[in-house]
Design a protein around this ligand. Sequence first.
Ligand SMILES: [Zn+2]
Length: 496
Amino acid sequence: MSGVRHDYKPKASVAAMPRRRLSRGLAFARAWLERLRPAGPLSRRHVAAVVSLVVCAGLAGLWLDEPAIGKTENPASERESSRVTALPLPLPARSDVLAPGPGRDVVLPAPAGDAEALPEPEPDPPVVPDPVQRVSLEVKSGDSLDRLFRRHELSVGDLHRLLALEEVAPHLKRIQPGDTIEVAHDGPAILSLTRRITEDRSLLVEAGEAGFVASFLEHPVEIRRARATGRITSSFYAAGLAAGLSDGTIMRLAGIYAWDIDFALDIRGEDWFAVVYEEIWQDGEKLRDGEIVAAEFNNRGRSYRAVRFPDEDGRASYYTPEGDNMRKAFLRAPVDFTRVSSNFNPNRLHPILKTRRPHQGVDYAARIGTPIMAAGDGRVLSAGTKGGYGRTVVLQHGDNVTTLYAHMSRIAVRGGQRVKQGDIIGYVGMTGLATAPHLHYEYRVNGVHKNPRTVDLPKAEPVPAARREAFAAATRPLVAELEVLGPRRLAAADTP
Ligand SMILES: [Zn+2]
């Protein structure tokens, strides 16, 4: 199954914005150095000291009132500044405010020709490199934000200032291994931080003139419809792949029919399926498959159609075209069908007792340790060793139905415990009278064994009467599509 992608594509303007504050200060620093150099040689330490002083002064200057600075601008200094810096946003005004008065009138030497005349003809190294660095912080097991920031030598003070923002904390505090956080920084100082918070939304925090500011970026996704059909030749899973379905869609399709069809044991060679599903696209790329909106599964000549329909709270369920819920009180098979080996004959001569015992249940051959699910909601009636059944769990469902799961390697529930359909209650093993690892599963109504693969199962709530009209309107086109999709595609595939 494809996971959610975390690709960050902040807009160009957005990425450039946090550069402003520092680049202004640095532009000023460079201007300063340009002024100083002609006066005489400077030791490296001296230069460094001046740079840091000037950067501090420059940053301090940023807190000054913008309009006041603007008024001091003059054309001469503007020309100067544009010469000394290639950084995106030079700060002409700053030199007027902070540079010593006479410096303003110093005539700078032309860069090329006069350079040789200088007492110390150093090559002109980039005094201050582009301050913006970018790093992808990858969250590893055991990481906290604090740790992550320290590892990358980023300011923990900035982190705390970020987290102090009301909009940021809920989207940044919780991190998990595998998450990534994109950071633009200048040394330890955070310039901007981006984190994908949902598939179509990112958090962006930028350093602004008055501290950090948070905003959200939208990454709209587009939902497209896709269709596929397949005929089963070897296995349902293989047929799904051959039809171009992803793992996730194959499992979702089996999930829709988990109450009707035993995918582990009931699939036959002539079975076929048709499915209409969503694909999620973003920026012209397919991210993953979305929900199945309609499906048909033809099992042993009988067709099961399902359509998706949301309730008033937006939670969708699958219904038959008649409005009956596809969900039922019991799963057909209490083990994942992909883990069951189909060539298994439960009616063999009992290898230990050498008799053909009446077989009252269904056997699923699977590896030791394969999880066993509760077929329905209920309560654990017993959990423990039970003679030839080995380690066994019995569940009570309502007043009259019990289910039994035998030969477990390990039991995962206790007597009296409540369980939900699909909960793991134990693991496949071969305890008791068993010669190979398998799950022996029984279904009894009022103490009488029923075939769990064919017994009529109690149904979940159908579409409520008040929603019937909306249901019919929403699902009619889907049913019409199914009407032609399966037969037409399959016929086309059969024609040489
Ligand atoms: Zn059995």
